[in-house]
Design a protein around this ligand. Sequence first.
Ligand code: ATP
Length: 133
Amino acid sequence: MIRERSAGVVVVRNGKVLLLLYCAGHWDLPKGNIERGEEPRAAALRELFEETGLRGVIIEGFHTRIHYFYKKQGKLVSKDVDFYIARPLNSKVKLSYEHKDFAWLDWDDAIEKATYKSAKEVLIRARKFLEKR
Ligand code: ATP
């Protein structure tokens, strides 16, 4: 079985969360592949910049992981994705070719709009963490 590891971020700005519309048609958090030897947080921030043009800073104390399977050219892929929370240093989103649209949403709207259950879970956990802080 093929294994993949990615890392992503819940980007929070003025109480709103950033979701991206992937070309495949799903709304999800910014994330991408961890390169060999790369630290997951660094990968998450690099992907955020590549996908949105946003420079981010990680808010310490939160880390969560999701797992899913998908099929790539008929082969099963087992994938883990690490998520962090980030605050953006700039606000203008410039999408890459990987995405069709973006939205800054209130937590409830983001949880509803995120396509995958696991992404909704990440948002619920991140909101809980920020509320308790
Ligand atoms: P990455 O963005 O991590 O570099 P990628 O774009 O190659 O990777 P994924 O976003 O993991 O790959 O998408 C691969 C497949 O998995 C797609 O069919 C996508 O719809 C599906 N997928 C993405 N996120 C989830 C999830 N949280 N749960 C289940 N399936 C998902």
